[in-house]
Design a binder for this molecule. Structure first.
Ligand code: F0G
Length: 457
């Protein structure tokens, strides 16, 4: 018999998590203004809010923490991180930052000006936030297939070349760069093919534009290229990663994802002049050039995590666990973004709760329901996260309205996945009873989903 799939690691340290009663959860979620970000973590049993900074570090990463060099300038930990970034991505210049959005803040302070247009594939909310905060506009050029959750295109994260060309033909002078998010988080953790990255590079070259990769989940992207792009079947992950980054001029990284650490980020680049300009803002916002908001121990853990995060066996375990949950949900007939993404299962809330009005925030309503059912915390990737239009101040209703169940790396077992699957099935079975959605009581002007206060509509 063929041996079954199993994890490529074993567990050396555990953390207790606790179940709660429905009555407790009803009180807690009301007290939290129906915003799952406002819950205390001990009020959650299985926490799938995010895969960001929630992973379990390895014994080797913890050992590296002890070896951190905490010198203000020129720490050996900085050089360790620099070497790992060069080995894995090929970028020979880098600036450490405290996380991904800090890298965006530093880089966009140099590159984004008022009135600019920034085309890309479904910009992540912090990316969009940093663009719109500078009175510029994010233009989504993701392929149309991404917006049909039942379509099984293997690279739903792809940039549509026609949409991209259209922006450049009309307003090339307003475009400071093209940004490609790997994997495409907002569209469902969907990968971008190597062919597509090459095509973006060619278009960018024709218009002499910089290409930036928002590379938070670059390793998961490389795994999908290996599995789904014929030419790359026999190619090692690290070789694929190097080719991917050869098509970019700059990368921003949230190390909290594919470098499997609890905090950290960086900007990788080649151009000396850009490095100099970014350095000014890095010192101002983040810290001196050789630590940028991180402790030496954090940089050591990132360096080690970059190697572990690009190991095939690790990636295989990781992505297959996400797929396991997705397949269980699909067997129950629950509508999810297909194929299953790299870091999360994205439940199609419009199809799950078709009778609920979009003005009543279907995905948020669903997120509250699965929390009430079993203490499982997911996150809304829909109209709340989409914010209001910066000009008209009207609510924006994106084409996709998702409940995202993001799986932390190396943290939960498939028994936990079974609990999540059954919890959602129970909600699915009683979905006709979910007739009331949510309304906003209070919201921030940008990135409102983190702090929004809600009540039953
Ligand atoms: N880019 C992408 C694609 C992301 O998913 C995130 C964070 C960031 C940039 C920002 O990085 O959090 O380190 O500042 N995503 C998390 C999530 C928060 O839950 O998807 P950060």
């Amino acid at each position: 018999m063929e041996l079954p799939f199993s994890e490529s690691y074993r567990i050396k340290m555990v953390e207790t998590i606790r179940k709660s009663t429905l009555e407790e959860r009803q009180k807690w979620i009301k007290d939290a203004k129906y915003n799952l970000f406002l819950l205390k973590s001990e009020q959650v049993f299985i926490d799938l809010l995010t895969d960001s900074g929630t992973g379990a570090m390895s014994d080797k990463q913890w050992s590296e923490m002890m070896l951190g060099d905490e010198s203000y300038a020129g720490a050996s930990s900085y050089y360790k991180m620099k070497e790992a970034i060069f080995n894995i991505t090929g970028f020979d210049r880098f600036l450490p930052t405290h996380q991904g959005r800090a890298a965006e803040n530093v880089l966009f302070s140099v590159l984004v000006k008022e009135g600019n247009l920034v085309p890309g594939n479904s910009h992540f909310d912090t990316t969009k936030g940093h663009i719109e905060f500078r009175k510029a506009f994010a233009v989504d050029c993701t392929i149309e297939e991404a917006f049909d959750t039942s379509c099984t295109h293997p690279f739903k994260g792809n940039v549509d070349p026609e949409k991209l060309e259209d922006v450049l033909k009309k307003s090339a002078d307003k475009v400071p760069f093209i940004i490609v998010t790997l994997t495409n988080n907002s569209a469902g953790g969907q990968p971008v093919s190597m062919e597509n990255l090459r095509m973006v590079r060619q278009i960018a070259d024709r218009y002499r534009k910089i290409v930036i990769f928002d590379a938070a989940r670059f390793a998961e992207n490389a795994y999908f290229i290996k599995l789904r792009e014929e030419k790359y079947k026999g190619v090692p992950i690290r070789t694929i990663v190097l080719e991917m980054f050869s098509y970019a001029d700059v990368m921003t990284m949230s190390s909290k994802k594919d470098a499997i650490v609890n905090i950290g980020g960086f900007i990788g680049m080649r151009d000396e002049e850009l490095f100099r300009q970014c350095s000014v803002f890095n010192i101002m916002f983040e810290g001196y050039l050789t630590y940028g908001g991180l402790a030496g121990r954090d940089m050591n853990a990132i360096a080690q995590g970059l190697y572990e995060g690009t190991d095939f066996e690790y990636l295989d375990t990781r992505v297959k666990q996400v797929e396991y949950l997705g397949n269980r949900l699909m067997k129950f007939g629950i509508p999810v973004q297909q194929p299953i993404g790299g870091h999360a299962v994205f439940v199609d809330a419009k199809r799950f709760l078709p009778d609920l009005k979009k003005e009543e925030f279907q995905a948020q309503t669903l997120a509250i329901q699965i929390y009430l059912e079993a203490g499982v915390r997911g996150v809304e990737i829909g109209a709340l996260m989409a914010d209001r239009d910066p000009v008209t101040r009207e609510n924006r209703f994106p084409k996709l309205e998702f409940l995202r169940l993001a799986i932390p790396r190396r943290v939960y077992t498939n028994n936990h996945m079974d609990v999540v699957a059954i919890a959602l099935k129970n909600v699915f079975d009683r979905r006709k009873e979910v007739t009331r959605g949510m309304k906003i009581i209070r919201e921030a002007s940008i990135m409102r989903h983190f702090t929004v206060e809600l009540d039953l509509a």
